[in-house]
Write a protein that binds this ligand. Structure first.
Ligand code: ATP
Length: 236
């Protein structure tokens, strides 16, 4: 479904990504692990059309070339992003935030059905649909951000450090919801520093270090790989 080949990104002189190749099939759950600054966010931004890669990079979504495609067209290919820091509209209500996610053409016709799905997945949002998002807890705001992304009926949901700033009990709940989303047939590409819990719901993963893929394998293999532990210890 998603095919990334020879992706490099430079910011000025800094090489944030170097020759990264990653692929995933339909409805697979992939986790990208790496310490601060490893290039994880840059990877997601490259797919989403938010940063410009090198000229020989290739990024294909279901056969469509994403290189040079503006962000709003990337969404139409079935990709939704939950950015780091969530990007919710704090002064709007839960319902208003969710409806803003339904703007892609492919999602408009099924707006009500998608809204029902999101509110079934996150009953707490159903109870609080008229609440202003700024008054909600971090965990609830993360649900709003994910719910809004799901309103575009994506085939691939990309999440940038969804567990950041959440209490451990909420992280557990969040990943249970992500597992359900995945069971419903949506592919997941998750960038995380929380190794244990993200590998618990992933099929496979990649380890990024200083912009390069230095390890990859099944979630079980990565969980036992000393290189994964060292990557994070080295950064601490
Ligand atoms: P974190 O977990 O801290 O967000 P990350 O793995 O997501 O880290 P990136 O945000 O992709 O890493 O950044 C990779 C490198 O590129 C870092 O060294 C960062 O400082 C640098 N970088 C990111 N964005 C820019 C930018 N707009 N301009 C210059 N350098 C940048």
């Amino acid at each position: 479904m998603l095919e990334i080949k020879n992706l490099s990104v430079t910011y000025g002189k800094h090489k944030a990504l170097q020759d990264v190749s990653i692929s995933m099939t339909e409805a697979e759950a992939i986790v990208i692990l790496g310490a601060n600054g490893a290039g994880k966010s840059t990877l997601l931004k490259s797919v989403a059309g938010m940063v410009r890669p090198n000229t020989d990079a290739q990024i294909f979504m279901a056969g469509e070339n994403l290189i040079g495609m503006p962000m709003h067209e990337v969404v139409e290919t079935g990709i939704a992003v939950v950015p780091e820091g969530r990007g919710v509209f704090a002064e709007l209500t839960v319902r208003e935030n969710l409806l803003l996610g339904a703007y892609p053409k492919r999602a408009r016709a099924n707006e009500q059905a998608n809204l029902d799905n999101v509110l079934t997945l996150f009953p707490r949002l159903a109870e609080r649909r008229r609440q202003t998002v700024s008054t909600m807890s971090g965990g609830e705001q993360q649900m709003v951000a994910i719910g809004r992304a799901l309103m575009s009926a994506p085939r691939l949901l990309m999440l940038d450090e969804p567990s950041l700033g959440l209490a451990p009990v909420l992280v557990g709940e969040l990943f249970q919801s992500l597992a359900k989303i995945r069971e419903s047939g949506v592919g997941l590409l998750i960038v995380e520093q929380n190794v244990k819990i993200s590998l618990s719901i992933a099929d496979r993963g990649y380890l990024l270090e200083a912009g390069r893929v230095v390890g990859q394998g099944t979630a079980e293999a990565l969980a036992d790989d000393p290189a994964v532990q060292n990557a994070f210890l080295g950064a601490a």
